[in-house]
Design a protein around this ligand. Structure first.
Ligand code: COA
Length: 169
């Protein structure tokens, strides 16, 4: 299989925040942002492997900054690491200032997807080759995050999560 780069899966989704998507403080409802990120991330995962993909886990979400009603929100997603059938997708969320057009980082998130066949069985995906420094950092840390996700899901014993354990040594 050819080696692909994270950039080839890059996906950007821009949309408005409407009144029906806000909480009583007139900020974007967290679940709405999770759904938007799931859609953007699934497109990035699909672009990497060109297969059906399903969300396996939401590994990390930081709601660092609220997103007010009327905001223009841009989600940038790209695959940070491909394993055998699973992929990590890293997302940055930006809000655009109406007058200046300047962008401010609002949130970031990391989701995991699995490529499956028509019957829902995991299938092998192409490897990925990080190019930039940021891509390399995200690639290196992805294995630890995968192990943490599997341990929390009860699919891996903590003693087998060697890369994760090495963080605490
Ligand atoms: C995700 C799913 C395909 C995994 O199936 P499975 O039977 O656990 O398959 P496996 O154990 O062979 O795991 C397949 C891959 O998923 C990874 N995986 C499974 N659970 C994971 C988790 N919680 N976090 C990260 N990766 C996970 C495994 O590590 C493996 O990765 P690899 O092949 O790259 O090494 C299956 O659990 C599923 O279909 N879940 C429902 C998905 C869904 O409907 N999502 C939408 C939610 S509404």
């Amino acid at each position: 299989m050819d080696k692909l780069t994270p950039r080839q899966s890059f996906t950007t989704v821009t949309d408005l925040v409407l009144p029906s998507e806000t909480n009583p403080l007139n900020n974007l409802f967290g679940g709405e942002l999770l759904a938007r990120m799931d859609r953007a991330a699934s497109i990035a995962a699909r672009r990497h492997c060109r297969r059906i993909v399903v969300t396996a886990s939401v590994n990390h979400v930081a709601f660092n900054r609220s997103v007010p009603l009327g905001s223009v929100v841009t989600i940038e997603a790209q695959v940070s690491r491909a394993f055998k059938s699973s992929m990590e997708v890293y997302m940055d969320v930006w809000i655009e200032d109406r007058e200046s057009g300047d962008r401010a980082k609002a949130n970031e998130a990391i989701y995991s997807f699995v490529a499956v066949d028509d019957t829902g069985r995991p299938v092998t995906i192409p490897p990925i080759h990080p190019e930039t420094e940021v891509e390399k950092e995200r690639y290196d840390a992805a294995l630890r995050r995968k192990q943490l996700s599997l341990v929390l899901a009860g699919k891996m014993k903590a003693k087998d999560a060697t890369e994760l354990a090495a963080l605490f040594e």
